[in-house]
Design a protein around this ligand. Structure first.
Ligand code: SF4
Length: 539
């Protein structure tokens, strides 16, 4: 097989295909989106080909992957780190069932929050679920570890997490690939009680999972992903994932070759850590994300040992590590900056695209809110979150997927009215439907505005699960009063009329839902050029 130049995400996707997956599921989210995009480009969903699909959210994606595993076949589920919060219920509980076909959860963390609301570290959640986690340091390992993860999942009967970070997910390198293997045959899990987490079974399965921890540790103590080289008796460096690259870049400038433990497979290899600790006087930990290894060391190492890392203050506590930011902790002088002190790079805050339909929706909403003594506009995760910035400054909250609906309800319950929730169509289907049911049940005095751009705009115009025409029936089916459910055309020529409809519904002392529809201009452009290409018209 010829080598390929692949993104870290693409290396995971190709490895999953080569590992014989029967299905792959995901919800788009930076920096994990390209995993399923790659699989979709390389499968046809024809019989015999792997099935690949975008799902309503990460929880439904995970559960579908789990169903594939029960059927004895391999499945991949991909998500960003905060998506794992949404999938946490099936994720944690699936560690207790007897995984049948290999199940791999590829979770891409976003240290530095390039496109996320936090920089939580998924290794902590793998530890919480008591499963094995693999953390590649480069694209080749992303490929190799993904293939291995399926084998580990079947060997140890657990889901296995593959933890990526943005810098790896979104950079390219040459990857040498292996021979693809065929899909596993259909072979339903034999012991159904191992899949029914009634308390009596769950207690048994939990004890079983705890009993297998020693085997997981034995694997990581001997895994080639965890390597120890003893050199200096003064300094030991522990690297995790891509932290190894930052160490390797600086190591030639260090006065003495430090002892080095690299960790790419978790649970943390305790015996290797102890051997390092017995050999050195101090340890520096280079890991992207939380000080997960650093914190764990405090319970593993002799108290005399000095541990420097992100928590001790010797490395930046937040953001991505870089080759430059680790130099001081390694005892190397910082690079001289070529940018003169005091030079100010002009700020270029992100903005909604010119002609974006969300602009029209917010203009109409702002008109409708004019003259009111108080109001609250909750919003959500999507392009429309940019309405928080000037000149619009039109929203007052953005916390997590779907939170706008529940928060508007809570604000209304507290007496802060008019309470408005603004949410995209995809985010509504991801996590907004269930809080809307709460609002329907209570006929809450609030207005929900679904800004329907017909795609998942922020992550590259993936298709929304339900088309615009199917949203209104869904909303009415939940019990929203048809007299207070409106579909508007989010176009500048309708701003006055749309503002009037919104104003009326803000005054209605109950629940109203407004769907403001117009396709994302970027998606519209892409559709037109795809149609031209299909007709053979040059771009
Ligand atoms: S990508 Fe689409 S939805 Fe997002 S800002 Fe641009 S036009 Fe608006």
């Amino acid at each position: 097989m010829p080598p390929r130049v692949l993104l870290g995400d693409e290396a995971v996707a190709l490895a999953a295909l080569h590992a014989g997956i029967t299905a792959a599921y995901a919800y788009p989210g930076t920096p994990s989106t390209e995993i399923l995009e790659y699989i979709l480009r390389h499968t046809s969903n024809e019989p015999g080909q792997p099935h690949a699909a975008w799902c309503a959210n990460e929880k439904t994606a995970y559960e579908q992957a789990l169903g594939v595993s029960l059927a004895g076949r391999r499945s991949l589920v991909a998500m960003k780190h905060v998506g794992l919060n949404v999938a946490a219920d099936p994720f944690v509980n699936s560690a207790l069932v007897a995984i049948n076909g290999g199940l791999v959860a590829a979770v891409a963390d976003d240290p530095g929050m390039h496109s996320s609301q936090n920089e939580q570290d998924s290794r902590v959640l793998a530890d919480f679920a008591r499963i094995i986690c693999l953390e590649p340091r480069h694209q080749q390992e992303a490929y190799d570890m993904t293939r291995e993860a399926f084998e580990l999942s079947e060997r140890f009967d657990i889901p296995v997490m593959l933890r990526l970070v943005t810098r790896l997910a979104h950079s390219r390198a040459v990857v040498h690939v292996g021979e693809p293997i065929p899909q596993r045959p259909l072979s339903k899990a034999e012991h159904q009680a191992d899949w029914i987490l009634l308390p009596s079974n769950a207690r048994r399965r939990w004890r079983d999972l705890l009993g297998r921890q020693a085997a997981f540790l034995e694997y990581t103590e001997t895994s080639p992903h965890n390597t120890l080289s003893l050199a200096s008796t003064d300094l030991g460096v522990i690297t995790a994932g891509i932290g190894r690259n930052y160490f390797a870049e600086n190591a030639p400038e260090m006065a003495e070759t430090p002892s080095h433990l690299h960790i790419g497979a978790y649970p943390i290899p305790v015996a290797l850590v102890r051997r390092l600790a017995e050999h050195v006087k101090r340890v520096v930990v280079l890991e992207d994300g939380y000080p997960y290894v650093e914190r764990s060391l405090k319970g593993l190492l002799p108290t005399r040992l000095v541990v420097h890392g992100r928590e001790s203050g010797h490395l930046p506590p937040d953001g991505e590590l870089t080759p430059d930011t680790v130099r001081k902790a390694l005892g190397i002088a910082p690079h001289q900056s070529s940018i003169s002190a005091g030079y100010q790079v002009p700020e270029r805050p992100p903005q909604l695209c010119a002609g974006c339909p969300h602009l029209d929706s917010f203009h109409a909403l702002q008109r409708a809110l004019q003259g009111r003594a108080q109001s609250f506009v909750a919003s959500d995760i999507g392009c429309y979150t940019l309405a928080a910035l000037p000149p619009l400054s039109a929203i007052e909250s953005c916390v997590c997927m779907g939170a706008s609906v529940g928060m508007a309800k809570g604000a209304s319950d507290a007496g802060l009215r008019p309470a408005v929730a603004v949410i995209g169509d995809s985010t509504f289907l991801h996590s907004g439907v269930t809080p809307l049911m709460d609002a329907v049940a209570a006929d809450t005095d609030m207005t929900l505005i679904i800004v329907d751009n017909e795609v998942v705009g922020m992550t590259g115009a993936q298709p929304t699960l339900l088309s615009s025409s199917r949203l209104e029936p869904l909303i009415l089916g939940l019990g929203v009063d048809p007299d207070h459910c409106h579909v508007l055309d989010a176009h500048p020529r309708h701003t006055s009329r749309n503002a009037e409809v919104i104003r009326r519904e803000l005054d209605h002392p109950g629940l109203s839902v407004i769907v403001a529809v117009r396709v994302c201009v970027e998606a519209s452009r892409a559709r037109k050029s795809a149609a031209r290409a299909a007709e053979g018209v040059p771009a």
